[in-house]
Structure formats: C-alpha cells, structure tokens
Ligand binder design. Structure first.
Ligand code: ATP
Length: 262
C-alpha cells in the first residue's frame, strides 16, 4: 500500500507560481484535446485511476488488474497522445522562437517595411481566393514554416514554383489533374500540389465540413502550419490554425491572418 507523506512543504510565493504553472499547463492540455477523441480517452484513463483508488483496499483482484493496467499507462499515453504531445511541444517552441524572430525583423527593418513586403507576398493568394470564392472553386492551401520533403514527397506532386494568382487558380480548376488535394506553400514558393493530408478526428465540427475541411484542420494539428479552405459548395473561406478553424471569414480578416502567420 502507498504511504502518504503528510509533512506538507511550507506554502510560499514559489508554491503559488507552482500551482499557477500547473493550472496553465492543464488548461493548455485541455485546449489541445478539447473536442477530440483524445478527450474521451483522457477521461477514460481518469475514471480507471479513480476506480483503482476506490477499490484498492477492498477488491484485491480488481485492484491488481487495474494497477497493472495503470502501470503500463505511461507508455500507452505516449502512443495514444503522440499527436497532442507533438502539438503541445510545437506550441511551446513556436511561441519561444518565432516571437523572437519577429522582434528582430522589426528592430532592423521597421514594422511598416515588414508589412509592405508581406503584402506583396500574400496579394496573389488573396486575389486567387477572391476569384475561387466567386466561382465556387474548392481549394485547400496550406502554409508551412518548415517544408519537410520526406513528409510530403510520397503524397504530393512536387512543384517549386513562384506563387501566382493564375497558377493557384489553374491548379484548383475542376479539370486540372492537380485539383484534388492540397497545395503546400513554404517561404515564397508553391512547393507541391495535390497533397493528401491527415484528417482531423475532431467530433464537434459543423455538419457541412467534409474531407477538405477535415484535411485542412488535420494538417494544422500535427504541424506548424495554417490552412485556407475554400468550400466548393458555398464558396465560403475558412482558416485553420493549431487544429482550430474560423469559418466564413472576410477578405479583410484573411489578409490580417495571413499577415500575422505567413
Ligand atoms: N486527405 C485529404 N487531403 C487533402 N485533400 C483532401 C483529402 N480528402 C479530400 N480532399 C479534398 O477534398 C475534396 C472533397 O471535399 P468534400 O466535399 O468531402 O469536402 P468539404 O469539406 O465538404 O468541402 P466542400 O465544401 O468544398 O464540399 C476532394 O476532392 C479532395 O480535393
């Protein structure tokens, strides 16, 4: 039986920091798994732990079985939650490094200059989105910070092309051999097209979100990526980031989001 150590450490300022930090980490974890199957698995694990402590003294065989199950739980958690752990680490790393980079850019070139350069980069994408919305052309455009060739080479057509409105329009045009799947953009290049992406397993998405939306959200869950999804049915534009999606955004919003993330 586990012996509890009742000599509580003294409560001081560091204890408050400690509690706040744990609360913050649990909140981040909750945000990451909210609305996914992982949330149900997490609750399942919690129920097993509570059950174990409840029956530990009275039902030896059940406690033995549950105890052994919980012992291998650490490894099981790593396997079951590998996507969530990856996302969590990405979130921490991203906040630490990108923020710093942005400050350097601002320091050397001034905020205005950065925004001007960025507008030239995002204009062809916004123009293409406008025209695809008007013609109800379905599209999925993904922006990645680091292009992992190994990850995409099996499911994509490699391109390495300059970003242009007309190229994006031609790729997603219904009769193009490349229109199925996603375009991946990294830096100033369209790196690949026709990519098959992982689908999100979220259970709380709007009913009208089909595979295109699921793929757009899915790719942002496990990677440092954002995605523009244009619906073929409604022409609506959605924007996915870190596994969350903003539906039916305006072009002004799209410009703001791209300016921030791309
Ligand atoms: N795993 C995937 N990765 C990338 N693209 C995908 C994937 N699965 C489906 N797609 C794209 O989504 C298209 C099918 O979209 P579907 O109608 O299911 O999605 P939707 O979210 O309802 O969007 P829409 O509003 O445009 O109909 C396919 O033709 C293909 O281009």
């Amino acid at each position: 039986m586990l012996m509890m150590d009742l000599n509580f450490p003294k409560f001081n300022f560091l204890s408050v920091v400690d509690v706040l930090l744990v609360a913050f980490l649990i909140y981040q974890l909750y945000n990451l798994i909210k609305g996914t199957i992982a949330a149900n698995i997490f609750i399942g694990g919690l129920v097993l732990c509570v059950l174990y402590f409840a029956v530990e003294k009275y039902l030896t065989l059940t406690a033995f079985m549950l105890g052994n199950f919980i012992k291998v739980g650490g490894i099981a958690i790593l396997i079951v939650f590998q996507q969530e752990i990856r996302r969590f680490l990405l979130l921490v790393g991203k906040n630490a490094s990108l923020q710093r980079n942005r400050e350097w850019w601002r320091y050397f070139f001034g905020k205005k200059e950065v925004e001007k350069n960025n507008y030239a980069r995002i204009k062809p994408i916004i123009d293409a989105a406008k025209s695809m919305k008007a013609t109800n052309t379905g599209a999925l455009i993904v922006f990645v910070k680091y292009y992992d060739e190994q990850l995409y080479q099996n499911s994509c057509e490699m391109m390495e092309a300059k970003i242009s409105k007309r190229l994006l329009e031609s790729i997603f045009q219904k009769h193009s051999p490349l229109h199925d799947g996603a375009v991946i953009i990294a830096g100033n290049k369209i790196k690949s097209a026709s990519c098959i992406l992982p689908l999100t397993d979220k259970t709380d998405l709007p009913a009208q979100f089909g595979l295109r939306h699921r793929a757009g959200i899915g790719v942002t869950e496990a990677n440092d990526a954002t995605a523009i999804i244009i619906s073929e049915e409604t022409g609506e534009i959605s924007y996915a980031k870190q596994g969350r999606v903003k539906a039916n955004i305006s072009f002004a919003e799209l410009e703001k989001l791209l300016n921030k993330d791309f």
